[in-house]
Ligand binder design. Structure first.
Ligand SMILES: [Zn+2]
Length: 279
């Protein structure tokens, strides 16, 4: 199994059952992997201290641990597009051995021209681009359409509440984690249908919620887009029930409980990730 969305560092918990910071190091990540039969992870930095509720380690440390455990960890890099040397830095990262770009989490519109320039460079380097989308970071889904029209040769992997709430055609923009039946024909479905270079990452509470709210729709959705959905958890972030994504098994349990066809499950839990970044 491949978990495409993991971090090292600290996350702050807002759960009623757990308060404060949870900090994990490389031994914790490896223990999570061993205990849950995760063979490989994509390890993602975020661009600096952008999120006051997460202190995630940067690209340098990601690369160091990936070099120590090359058969367990795929290193991703990330850069703030406002850095005037962003493209140069990205090319340097590629030479250093990074394999992808993300988690891209910046307070800019997703289709900011500086971001678009970076996505293009990622496409040229063969780096998949993993983007967190919500109302603060990389909004919004209409801008994503603009990005997909502009950039054809990069793979985009979307995650976060700003993406997943559009699994339904009926969206209340005030709801971060909407509940209730999915109305088919949402932007998620329409964009996946239209753009073959677009993928979805089921990690964190946003993915879990989107696929739990209407199991019938979720099963059809995952079967239809089996080639473009990736299993991820957002380890070491904390779930609303105070447990930890990854070790709590919530994402894999969700997939298993949907009784997906064997080939669908295999694509989601490892084949698609291998297709995007080989080892
Ligand atoms: Zn994350």
């Amino acid at each position: 199994m491949i978990d495409v969305h993991t971090h090292l560092g600290s996350c702050c918990s807002w759960s009623k059952r757990l308060k404060g910071w949870v900090k994990v190091g490389i031994d914790d990540l490896l223990a999570y992997m061993d205990e849950n039969e995760i063979d490989l992870v994509w390890l993602l930095p975020i661009p600096g201290r952008v999120d006051p509720y997460a202190r995630i380690v940067g690209p340098e440390l990601v690369l160091r641990v990936a070099k120590e455990y090359p058969d367990r960890i795929i290193p991703f890099c990330v850069i703030d597009p406002r850095n005037p040397k962003a493209i140069k830095k990205l090319e340097e990262f590629a030479r250093m051995g990074f394999r992808g770009f993300g988690e891209f989490k910046v307070k800019l519109r997703i289709d900011d021209p500086r971001s678009i320039e970076l996505y293009r460079a990622c496409g040229e380097l063969g780096f998949p681009v993993l983007i967190h989308m919500d109302d603060t970071y990389n909004p919004d889904i209409k801008g994503l359409k603009h990005v997909l029209e502009e950039v054809h040769d990069a793979v985009f992997i979307l995650h976060g509440p700003g993406w997943w709430r559009h699994i339904s055609a009926l969206v209340d923009e005030r709801e971060v984690y909407p509940s209730g039946k999915v109305v088919p024909g949402g932007m998620v479905e329409r964009l996946l249908k239209e753009y073959p270079n677009l993928y979805a990452d089921i990690s964190a509470y946003s993915g879990l919620n989107a696929l739990s709210r209407d199991p019938g729709y979720a099963k059809d959705f995952l079967s239809k887009f089996a080639d473009r959905v990736l299993f991820g958890t957002d380890f070491p972030c904390i779930a609303p029930d105070g447990s930890q994504f990854g070790p709590n098994g919530s994402h894999i349990e969700l997939l298993r409980n949907l009784n997906l066809a064997g080939d669908v499950l295999n694509k989601i839990i490892h084949e698609n990730a291998l297709k995007l970044v080989d080892i």
